[in-house]
Design a protein around this ligand. Structure first.
Ligand code: FMN
Length: 458
């Protein structure tokens, strides 16, 4: 059975010893330090009960692979297949006609003050308090197809925020379309949901995909939605908090800096201003926080499993002998990918490299290995890169392609982000196709060879 809501997931996390209640008082500017501490001490999720506001703040719910497996209700061996099965079997959402949804137990349209909620300033040079785990629900203004995705929100004052939406992410594309059509963009930011919805945001699917159907597939049950009060989108009925807003595309403000998933601050730049039109929430809502920054953080864990599964699926459609994909959390997830395949003809690994580079993942580094290499094991990948490549023949560098967002090595404040390009590298670490190659010096049969003293010791 999928998790009904955020609360049920937190109960299971607590039962499994993965959620710790913090009752010592904490200021919202110290939450980042406490979370860094938690990352270093076993990556437990934390619930800050005394944070100076009337609502508890839960952080770290996506901070480890173990938490992700609890969310997906499976184990390491089966998780990719579970995600693939979900992607292959989408389930339509159930939309209620409104009324009675838990997320609208409290409806605020007058005297809106977002600052009542515990919203930390995470890294000392951040441009202000940020909502980092929020999920934007928006619609393509032309087709009405809904999208969900994580986008960060800077708090400017009680009912005004700014945000960052990269032009190649769907909310960014929806905003551009609204601007072209002369429509005011309206959307909702949801906080505190069934964790599968958060992982669904990171699944890479074509633009006209209804993300609720993807989420339904991954949950194995429909997502229950309810219409918002002041905008034409539907949100999960059991969300803890829903912030409805409209965007003034002609009004910009400096947004940032923010300690980012690259491990560096992204500088402040001009971004649109949004006005909050309503806040609705459950009774005694649980707010959520998320520290991003130098890998590995929650940001990276959130992306890893969905990126791996959806990228594997997309590659397999064209290259059926691709067997596994790893995206490296330690390298900011999408910047370094390793793909295992059995080449069917000379040059096929190069085609896979070029395909990866032109995908929405936009890796800076792509390494192709054969299926005998475990893509998730750095030592094996390095072994293949060391001995199965001749750099002059096996490396491709492509210049001037759309840049991975926020990469500090290409940051040029003078160039607007949509105009930024960079280079990417591919390494074919498969052995030369159809040619003899030295034999691997393994010691076959070692797994079954018994050494009683060693085994007893283990
Ligand atoms: C915690 C977190 C925060 C993110 N913040 C942003 C953001 O502020 N702006 C952005 O463009 N992408 C951000 N991303 C990346 C997008 O959410 C991600 O690429 C997603 O696939 C976009 O989905 P969409 O294109 O379906 O909207 C964030 C990702 C995570 C995990």
């Amino acid at each position: 059975m999928p998790f009904h809501d955020f609360r049920q997931f937190l109960d299971v996390m607590r039962q499994q010893g993965e959620l710790v209640d913090i009752n010592q008082p904490i200021t919202l500017t110290d939450v980042g330090k406490a979370l860094k501490h938690a990352y270093a001490k076993g990556r437990k999720a934390t619930r800050f009960n005394k944070n100076g506001t009337e609502f508890p703040l839960v952080c770290g719910v996506y901070s480890s692979r173990k938490h992700a497996l609890i969310a997906f209700e499976t184990d390491e061996k089966n998780v990719t297949q579970k995600v693939l099965d979900g992607l292959n079997n989408p389930i339509k959402p159930k939309i209620s006609n409104g009324g009675g949804a838990p997320c609208q137990e409290v409806v605020i349209t007058d005297d809106i003050d977002i600052r009542r909620f515990p919203i930390p300033t995470y890294s000392p040079k951040d441009g202000g308090p940020y909502i980092t785990p929020g999920i934007v629900v928006s619609k393509d203004p032309e087709t009405g197809v809904p999208d969900i995705g994580h986008y960060r929100f800077l708090i400017l004052d009680k009912d005004t925020v700014s945000f960052s939406a990269q032009p190649f992410h769907r909310f960014g594309k929806n905003l551009t379309k609204c601007q072209q059509m002369g429509v005011t963009p309206k959307a909702a930011l949801i906080i505190g949901v069934d964790p599968i919805l958060a992982y669904t945001c990171q699944v890479q699917v074509p633009d006209q995909t209804n993300d609720w159907e993807v989420a339904g597939g991954l949950r194995g049950a429909p997502v229950e939605l309810t219409p918002c009060k002041t905008c034409d989108v539907e949100v999960p009925a059991t969300s803890e908090v829903v912030i409805e807003f409209e965007v003034d595309m002609n009004n910009t403000v400096m947004e940032g800096p923010l300690g980012e998933y690259t491990g560096y601050y992204t500088p402040a730049s001009l971004k649109p201003v949004a006005k909050i039109t309503a806040i609705t929430h459950r009774k005694q809502p649980i707010f959520q926080g998320l520290l991003t920054g130098k890998p590995v953080t929650e940001n990276h864990i959130l992306k890893q499993i969905p990126f791996e599964a959806s990228f594997l699926r997309a590659l397999k459609a064209q290259f059926p002998t691709v067997v596994d994909v790893s995206v490296r959390a330690s390298a900011g997830v999408s910047f370094f990918v390793v793909i295992a395949m059995k080449p069917r003809f000379k040059g096929e690994p190069r085609q896979v490299i070029l395909n990866a580079m032109s995908s929405n993942i936009r890796p800076k580094w792509t390494v192709i290995v054969e299926p005998d290499i475990d893509v998730h094991n750095s030592a094996e990948v390095e072994w293949a890169m060391a001995f199965r490549t001749q750099p002059q023949e096996d490396v491709i560098i492509v210049g001037d392609i759309p840049a991975g967002p926020s990469d500090p090595s290409i940051d040029d404040p003078k160039v607007a982000r949509p105009m930024r390009t960079a280079s990417a590298i591919g390494v074919d670490a498969t052995r030369p196709f159809g040619k003899p190659f030295s034999e691997v010096a393994d010691v076959p049969g070692w797994e079954d060879f018994e050494v009683p003293e060693l085994d007893a010791w283990r």
